[in-house]
Design a binder for this molecule. Structure first.
Ligand code: PEP
Length: 249
């Protein structure tokens, strides 16, 4: 019922030449049954968007400003991202939460801006290693989701994609086991179902954190895992496509 989305978060990597080669490599390959999206650094959005025309591969940004327009030096508005051809906007990535001190409330405001212009936010949630060890994973994820639901309602969630990304698994090579990931995905869906069961059934929940071609199939076969948000492995076209092809349905 839910389609599978494999989204690449390129973070602050590459240059014009490597970005062009990466897009060409992805376009030339076979993604199997998965839908693809790529989130390049903002300065390459226009270039990549132009290259993706008619490819069926969606474009996404790595962040979005929490204000509509005005004196916010260095920020990019949701309307601008939309104009550049973005369909998705990542919000609340753990690197934004930790390096740039983005609070749950700020993330919720960014999410609301994306929704307001018709972008689909990819809302990242997830616990740190300490929080997992303390047994508060569900409480942390619930708090991060609640901030968004408070501002945008469950209707906002209906227009979004959620990415469960345990912070301890991002860029570390330590992937969550399929059981660990599925348990949190099921918790997220259950939490949404308590508010609106139809929306909970429809919303895509991606897993992110050291997903690669050798661990993707098992993760993606879990009942509540509807795709992946891929960092490191999305920088190699072959690996990104191999992850996409490991979707079985
Ligand atoms: C990410 O940054 O969203 C991510 C999942 O990174 P990696 O795949 O490199 O762990």
């Amino acid at each position: 019922m839910r389609s599978v989305l494999i989204a690449g978060n390129w973070k602050m990597n590459g240059n014009m030449q490597s970005v062009i080669e990466l897009v060409e490599g992805i376009k030339a390959g076979d993604p199997g049954k998965a839908k693809l999206a790529v989130c390049p650094p903002a300065v390459y959005l226009m270039k990549v968007g132009g290259m993706l025309d008619d490819s069926g591969i969606a474009l996404g940004s790595q962040n979005v400003c929490d204000h509509e327009s005005g004196a916010y030096t260095g920020e990019i508005s949701a309307a601008m991202l939309k104009e550049c051809g973005c369909r998705y906007a990542i919000v609340g990535h753990s690197e934004r939460r930790s390096h740039y001190l983005e609070s749950d409330q700020l993330v919720a405001a960014r999410f609301a801006m994306a929704i307001a212009v018709g972008l689909t936010p990819i809302l990242c949630v997830g616990e740190t290693l300490l929080e997992r060890e303390q047994g508060v994973t569900e409480a942390v994820v619930a708090r991060q989701l609640d901030a968004v639901i408070e501002l945008s309602g469950i209707g906002g969630i209906a227009g979004s994609v959620i990415a469960y990304e345990p912070v301890w698994a991002i860029g570390t090579g330590k992937v969550a086991s399929p059981e660990q990931a599925q348990a949190v995905h099921a918790f997220i869906r259950g939490k949404l179902a308590a508010v609106d069961s139809e929306i909970a059934k429809r919303v895509q929940i991606l897993y992110g954190g050291s997903m690669n071609p050798s661990n993707a199939a098992e993760l993606l076969s879990q009942a509540d895992i509807d795709g992946g948000l891929i960092g490191g492995a999305s920088l190699k076209a072959d690996d990104f496509l191999a992850i996409a092809r490991s979707v079985q349905e």
